[in-house]
Structures are given as structure tokens and as C-alpha cells.
Design a binder for this molecule. Structure first.
Ligand code: SAM
Length: 275
């Protein structure tokens, strides 16, 4: 049976290596190489690019990244059961796939970054996806080591990433992403596309760093968004009381009767800079 890339079908790989999906590891595998290629194309040209992948699993997305021309893939996988399957891909693409066995949350990606452009592409384990995104967005040094992030999330998380003011999904994550990146929703992926299917629809989100985000101390920005969205139904004069309330809002020239959801990213940055 032929496949797009000449390697065996993923279902065979999974059976041969006994890779029954484990829920605790957020394992929902993509077996359709047309779909994995569509995800990878969202990241744009991979010529000369090193791609970091989190959670390659049996390697469906990894294969698409390699077949679409990435110079190299550095993949971090926690489940040692997947390593023999990934070794087969590595043999097929000599010198182009490096697999690191470990926890992506404890991995210093910036330190692993080689010279030249880096893009991050991943079908993330849902239990750690948001934290990984935040880790990639927080570093003091900006622009960061990566040129883009192309990531699969539960749709609801994707909506929070791209949400801006006056949107029900707007919150702390939207402010952080809006401050440091240009984030867009690429497309939805239905549960049936995964093995096993998750309960909810997923979305691929694409983020590119803002080259010159407004200067702001990220800790202060977190402080103000945490207070404001912690009580999102309340007026800001109430929710921001512990941070100076009406006085702070007056200095930022923001109407104290507004609610968190109505403030633009710019306005949150202005408040943070006045703390
Ligand atoms: N990329 C594969 C695909 O698209 O079919 C698998 C995606 S699956 C949603 C998530 C993968 O992340 C699994 O292979 C799982 O073992 C791995 N994983 C879970 N937690 C991890 C962690 N903390 N660090 C690295 N990998 C992790």
C-alpha cells in the first residue's frame, strides 16, 4: 500500500509498535497524511528551516514536515514507546530528524535552537498545550528564537488565543497573544480526524511574533489582566481596586465603569505600564 511519502501507513506503524493511545498523555493521533500536510503548509515555506515539534507520537505530522522540505526536525516526545517508530522515520530521512525523549514543559527550546530560522509545529497534548504556548510567549528577549508557531488546540482554546476585545472568548490569553503576536485561526479539525477521536473540535492556530510589541513588563501585564478578568463581569473600578482602581484608570484615561472584556490590548498595556 503506497503512502504519500513512501513510508508505511501510520495505522500499520501504530499496530506494529503497539502504540495504543494513552489518555493521560493527551494522545489523539492524526493518521491522514493529507491533513498533516495541510497543517504543515499553514507554517509557510520550510526551506532551510529547523522545525521544533512537540509530541511527535507515531510521527504523522513529523513525516509531513520532513516531506515538505524542512531542513531538520527536532522533536520532543515523552512516551518512550514511540521512539522505535520515530527511529524508522529518522532512517528514511538520514540526519534530518532528532528525537529528544523528555517532557516538553521542562525543555529549554531556546537553548536547543540552532543558527538559522526556526518554526514550531505541533499537534499538542491538550493537557499541556496552553502552558507550552505561554512559555514560548513570555521570554524577556523579543523577537523570540522562533519565526512562527503553528499549533493544534481544542477549538475553545484556539478561540481564546485569537480573541480580542468585545469577544466572549477574550481574556488573559488573548491579551498576551495580542500583545506579542499576530495570531490567526487557520482551520478547524473535526474529532473524527483523530485516533481515538477527542470529545471536541480542534483548531489549528498560527502565530507570528510582533517585531516591535509595545514596551511592557510582562509580570505587570499579567497582574492587571488577572485582576481584571478574575472578575470579568464587574466594572474595572471594582476589579482593579487592589491595583489602584479609579486613580489608575483615571491616569490611563479609561472609563472606570467599563468591563475587562471591552479593553483593547493597547489599553491593558497602558494600565500595566502605570503600575
Ligand atoms: N503528533 C502526533 C500526531 O499528530 O498524531 C501525536 C499528537 S498527540 C495529540 C500528543 C503527543 O504528545 C503524544 O505523542 C504524547 O505522548 C506527547 N506528549 C504528551 N505530553 C508530553 C510532554 N509533556 N512532553 C512531550 N510530549 C508529550
Amino acid at each position: 500500500m503506497g503512502t504519500l511519502d513512501g513510508l508505511p501507513p501510520l495505522r500499520d506503524v501504530i499496530n506494529r509498535h503497539g502504540l495504543d493511545a494513552r489518555k493521560a498523555l493527551g494522545q489523539n493521533f492524526l493518521l491522514d497524511l493529507n491533513l498533516t500536510q495541510k497543517i504543515v503548509r499553514t507554517a509557510g515555506s520550510l526551506e532551510g528551516v529547523t522545525v521544533f515539534e512537540v509530541g511527535p507520537g507515531p510521527g504523522g505530522l513529523t513525516r509531513a514536515i520532513l516531506s515538505l522540505g524542512a531542513k531538520k526536525v527536532i522533536a520532543v516526545e515523552r512516551d518512550s514507546r514511540c521512539l522505535p517508530a520515530l527511529a524508522e522515520i529518522s532512517d528514511f530521512y538520514p540526519g534530518r530528524l532528532e528525537v529528544i525523549e523528555g517532557d516538553a514543559l521542562k525543555t529549554d527550546f531556546a537553548a536547543l535552537a540552532p543558527e538559522g530560522p526556526v518554526k514550531i509545529i505541533a499537534n499538542l497534548p491538550y493537557n499541556v498545550g496552553t502552558q507550552l504556548l505561554i512559555n514560548w510567549l513570555l521570554p524577556h528577549q523579543w523577537p523570540p528564537f522562533w519565526e512562527s508557531l503553528t499549533l493544534m488546540f481544542q477549538k475553545e482554546v484556539g478561540q481564546r488565543i485569537v480573541a480580542r476585545e468585545d469577544d466572549n472568548h477574550y481574556g488573559r490569553l488573548g491579551v498576551l497573544c495580542g500583545w506579542r503576536t499576530d495570531a490567526r485561526m487557520a482551520f478547524d479539525v473535526p474529532p473524527q480526524a483523530f485516533t481515538p477521536p477527542p470529545k471536541v473540535t480542534s483548531s489549528v492556530v498560527h502565530l507570528v511574533p510582533n517585531q516591535n510589541p509595545l514596551p511592557c513588563d510582562v509580570k505587570k501585564l499579567e497582574k492587571v489582566t488577572e485582576a481584571a478578568f478574575g472578575q470579568r463581569r464587574k466594572m474595572l473600578r471594582q476589579s482593579l481596586k487592589p491595583l489602584g482602581g479609579e486613580v489608575l484608570l483615571a491616569r490611563a484615561e479609561i472609563d472606570p465603569t467599563r468591563r475587562a472584556e471591552t479593553l483593547s490590548v493597547h489599553e491593558f498595556v497602558a494600565l500595566a505600564n502605570l503600575l
